[in-house]
Design a protein around this ligand. Structure first.
Ligand SMILES: [Zn+2]
Length: 685
């Protein structure tokens, strides 16, 4: 066959290196040999075929991606599937880029629609493709794409999932990050400690894909507050909340997903520990002796939450998590504080109440339940070594298992076992990848996580957890038993048995893989929507009978986790009691949502309810949520979702709701969340 030789071709190619190069067939050969497993002869033949096709066409301008696809077509013709994968190019179609830059993406209500936000989306898109091609097996990747499972934050494949740590680390070592152009000595003043905390949180956000939690925040600040007036403590409280609330300049313009763990009483693991004070120096006193300052700070933080921002809106972040223990009820002033916290809950909905029974400390982000050795101080960890991480979160589509089982219970449990085994493999594959990144040590991408200022690596992989999220127990039970969880005792019993079985499988997989797998309530921003949508696609008409929401409008979802149907007419006590029985099997975050109506709730009633939950249920965490409407015209905020402002009647209003674990704007919600918002039933207290 006669065609023009390389040198005769006057074509130019736009390369990915931002320049234009003259056509050179040898570049195809080089790329095939460098990137794939094809031999030189095949590479040579393919390059000639592509050159011929180009020469015999009338194309005047070529791009490197186009040539790569032409080469891929030749690889496929030859049945060289693995070489095709190795030679893949990751990126976005022009149309997608155009749309993503111009229109809001609702996958994550937490990503703002800004240039930084689209940067994040593009980076995530490429890393997601990379994860599916290079990190996960085909089986795992397929299960994710088909909606059997959901690999959370797959676009952040090169980071662990979430992290929870003690402020004591930066109090003791200052702000000393690898590669940082400047090192800060331990803080001498409370505001400087806060500044270090905020910077460190931002650095952590760059290394973890999910929540960043801080332990014992008000207690660990206390040695810095001794000489501060009440006014100065108020100022510090405002700074803490606003610093984290407005930290919208971080990754992708996202506010850092921050949790602050707070305690009215000085917790057992700190009570007799010598406090670290200004300058990183031990103060000679135990944290137990700083109780009054810790409480002063906590009270004042809740004053800030109660007020809300300058337009009276609730703060989205940092989320205040109040730990309630036996000791709480023995600590002076707890009644007044609980009422104060419940005033905030009633008016703004911020606090989550975490119930630590029997001296356990629940670290909700990473699924740690720290079982403290009461009365054995030598077993209490040094506070600065308290840091915990989860590496990945994978949720399971439970309703789909029930569709596949077709009502056969034995088959359902055997499908469950196989699905959970697949999740374990997904976790192991992510673990190998993170190990590879960490193996580059101080020169690698995760150098910050290998720093060892206290003698051990900041991230300890052997201690880390791997989360298994549960989505749609309610619909699985409905398919299997013909009733929703709230509708029959038999349904509830089956739900409990099912989660108990999941816990047993989780434990045996942990032993088998030598990894800490734990169950958790899926974070479920978009997962219940995605699972419902994919089940309608692949399991219709059956799925149509079980998905919730409005199918005609495409606004569908599954009930998250082990929760009751969001529309269920169940008394709050019954709801938290039953959900709490399942929390016993869930070591990761487990949380009951209670929706408050637009009419003000009584803080006393809420306080009574919190006390009831602690003493009479096994529920691990509750949160009271309200909706708000904020007005752009007069900058005021009213309770409830409204079409117009109740102060100035303007219709330039924005709804705010907490349909996931944090507040978001209604306009940013995905379609599944919109349906949930419509269906949710309010609790009456
Ligand atoms: Zn208004």
């Amino acid at each position: 066959m006669d065609f023009r030789e390389t040198t005769d071709l006057t074509l130019f190619v736009r390369t990915s290196g931002e320049d234009i190069a003259a056509w050179n067939r040898q570049r195809i050969v080089d790329a095939l040999i460098r990137e794939t497993n094809v031999d030189a002869e095949t590479a040579e033949a393919i390059s000639r075929e592509v050159e011929h096709q180009i020469a015999s066409s009338s194309m005047g301008f070529l791009t490197a991606p186009l040539i790569r696809e032409m080469v891929n077509a030749r690889l496929i013709e030859r049945g060289l599937e693995s070489a095709t994968r190795m030679h893949a190019r990751l990126g976005f179609p022009l149309w997608d880029v155009d749309h993503l830059m111009l229109y809001q993406n609702k996958e994550n209500a937490n990503v703002p629609h800004t240039p930084e936000g689209t940067n994040l989306i593009f980076a995530e898109g490429i890393k997601r493709d990379y994860a599916l091609l290079k990190v996960f097996s085909d089986e795992v990747g397929y299960a994710h794409l088909a909606g059997d499972i959901h690999l959370h934050h797959i676009g952040f494949i090169d980071r662990p999932y979430c992290s929870c740590q003690s402020l004591e680390y930066i109090k003791k070592f200052g702000l000393n990050l690898p590669d940082a152009p400047a090192v800060a000595a331990p803080a001498e003043h409370a505001e400087v400690l806060l500044a270090h905390m905020v910077r460190f949180a931002a650095a952590l956000q760059g290394h973890f894909s999910g929540a960043i939690g801080w332990l014992d925040v008000n207690v660990l600040f206390a040695p810095f507050l001794e000489k501060l007036s009440d006014g100065a403590v108020e100022q510090l409280s405002q700074m803490l909340v606003y610093e984290f609330a407005q930290q919208a300049v971080g990754r992708g313009g996202q506010t850092i997903f921050t949790d602050v763990h707070l305690q009215w009483e000085v917790p057992l693991h700190l009570r007799d520990v010598e406090a670290v004070g200004p300058g990183g120096v031990p103060t000679g006193k135990s944290y137990g002796e700083y109780g009054s300052h810790a409480r002063r700070f906590l009270w004042s933080l809740f004053d800030v939450y109660r007020k809300g921002d300058a337009s009276g809106r609730p703060f989205t972040f940092p989320r205040p998590l109040v730990h309630i223990t036996e000791e709480f009820f023995r600590t002076d002033g707890h009644e007044a504080f609980l009422k104060h916290a419940c005033e905030v809950a009633a008016e703004k909905g911020n606090p989550a109440f975490i119930f630590d029974r029997d001296d356990a400390l629940n670290l909700s982000e990473c699924g740690y339940v720290l079982r403290e050795a009461a009365g054995k101080p030598e077993e209490t960890p040094q506070p600065w070594t308290m840091r915990y991480a989860a590496i990945q979160n994978v949720s399971i589509n439970l309703p789909r298992l029930a569709y596949k089982a077709g009502g056969d219970e034995e088959r359902l449990f055997s499908l469950l076992e196989r699905r959970m085994e697949l999740v374990a493999q997904a976790h192991e594959q992510k673990k190998y990848f993170i190990e590879r990144l960490l193996s580059h040590g101080g020169d690698g991408p995760l150098s910050m996580l290998t720093m060892d200022l206290d003698g051990s690596s900041y991230l300890s992989l052997p201690r880390a957890t791997y989360l298994i999220g549960v989505v749609g127990l309610n619909e699985l039970v409905k398919r299997q038993k013909g009733a929703h969880l709230h509708e029959s005792e038999e349904a509830r019993r089956f739900g409990s048995d099912f989660i108990k079985r999941m816990k047993e499988i989780t434990d045996s997989l942990s032993a088998l893989y030598g990894m800490n797998f734990i169950l958790e309530q899926s974070p479920a921003e978009s997962t219940p929507y995605r699972f419902a949508r994919l089940d309608l696609k692949y399991f219709s008409p059956e799925a149509g009978r079980y998905v919730r929401g409005d199918i005609a409008r495409g606004e569908v979802y599954y009930t998250n986790s082990v929760l009751f149907d969001i529309a269920a007419p169940v008394a709050p006590r019954e709801k938290v009691r039953y959900e709490g029985t399942l929390h016993r099997f869930i070591d990761g975050e487990a949380l009951s949502h209670l929706w408050l109506g637009p009419n003000p709730s009584s803080p006393e009633r809420l306080a009574e309810f919190v006390t009831f939950v602690f003493h009479e249920t096994t529920n691990r965490q509750i949160i009271f949520s309200s909706d708000f409407t904020t007005c752009r015209a007069c900058r005021r905020t009213a309770a409830g979702l409204r079409d117009s402002c109740s102060f100035c009647a303007s219709d330039d209003v924005e709804g705010i709701t907490r349909i996931t674990g944090y507040y978001s704007r209604v306009s940013g919600l995905n379609r599944g969340k919109i349906a949930e918002l419509r269906d949710k039933r309010e609790s009456v207290f």
